[in-house]
Design a protein around this ligand. Structure first.
Ligand code: NAP
Length: 247
């Protein structure tokens, strides 16, 4: 690993589990100083920090609800004070509350929009003033659901389509400052979010995927690292589908 004074700093939201955890691990392996947030699962967050420490790296885990903008500003400040300028932001934290629109209560709509879309705004807004000075990369975790729309996920699809629009608009706005903004749209990835899906439904879903299987959180992490790095410096405003051929 490189000397800490040369390390790039990445902030990842929702890094305690699933895709976010894999992104934390992958960036730590690549020599980044890693900070991540989580909603409430301290045991999971502590386990991530311990695993990275055992592998010779370090990670800073901070409890912070992405819906809370003042907290986002505090997190950015805390991380920059501790580790130096953040040049990569991965907006990953997300939830789903699936149900047909006819059964959807306003709270289930609002919660998903606030977490997935406003959470992405909150962290990007909190960091953007610093990013336009240093240059860097924002990577937003969207979803196939935001690209094609999925029945039973009108709230989730709307939030992720919003993330895609946000990505494309912001990319144009900040390109002159050397800031790149891209989105990853994963299809079906094995994590806690998808663990509760009924076996019969899962079989049907796999049958629609040309590769016939789910992807892994590690697959998404590899793409995030690639988009943050020097191999993609001419790439911005793009949505990277990672879905086994589904879309
Ligand atoms: P997950 O396993 O359920 O993990 C969610 C992570 O987000 C956890 O670290 C959780 O923290 C955090 N989080 C949730 N609400 C939060 C809040 N309000 N504030 C801060 N952190 C919060 O989910 P995942 O499957 O890894 O999904 C990660 C991202 O990928 C999401 O944006 C999701 O929409 C997207 N995605 C997932 C799939 C898939 O098939 N899994 C497909 C496409 C897109 P705690 O541990 O504290 O709860």
């Amino acid at each position: 690993m490189s000397d800490s004074s040369e390390k790039k700093v990445v902030l990842i939201t929702g890094g305690s589990r699933g895709i976010g955890e894999a992104i934390v691990q992958r960036f730590a392996e690549a020599g980044y100083s890693v900070a991540f947030t989580y909603a409430s699962n301290q045991a999971a967050a502590d386990a991530v920090v311990s695993r990275i420490a055992a592998a010779g790296g370090s990670a800073l885990g901070l409890v912070a609800d992405v819906r809370d903008f003042p907290r986002a500003c505090d997190v950015v400040k805390e991380v920059q004070d501790a580790l130096g300028p953040i040049t990569v932001l991965v907006n990953n934290a997300g939830i789903k509350k699936d149900m047909p629109l006819m059964k959807m209560d306003p709270a289930s709509w609002q919660d998903v929009l606030d977490t997935n879309l406003t959470g992405t705004f909150n962290y990007t807004r909190a960091l953007i003033g610093s990013l336009v000075r240093t240059g860097g990369s924002v990577i937003n975790v969207a979803s196939t659901s935001g690209v094609t729309g999925m029945a039973g996920q009108s709230n989730y699809s709307a939030s992720k389509a919003g993330v895609i629009g946000f990505t494309r608009a912001l990319a144009k706005e900040v390109v002159r400052f050397g800031v790149r903004v891209n989105a990853i749209a994963p299809g079906f990835i094995e994590t806690d979010m998808t663990a509760s899906i009924d076996e019969a439904v899962r079989k049907k879903l796999y049958a629609q995927i040309p590769m016939g299987r789910a992807g892994s959180a590690r697959d998404v992490a590899q793409l995030a690292l690639y988009l943050a790095g020097d191999d993609t410096t001419y790439v911005t405003g793009q949505v990277w589908n990672m879905d086994g051929g589904l879309t």
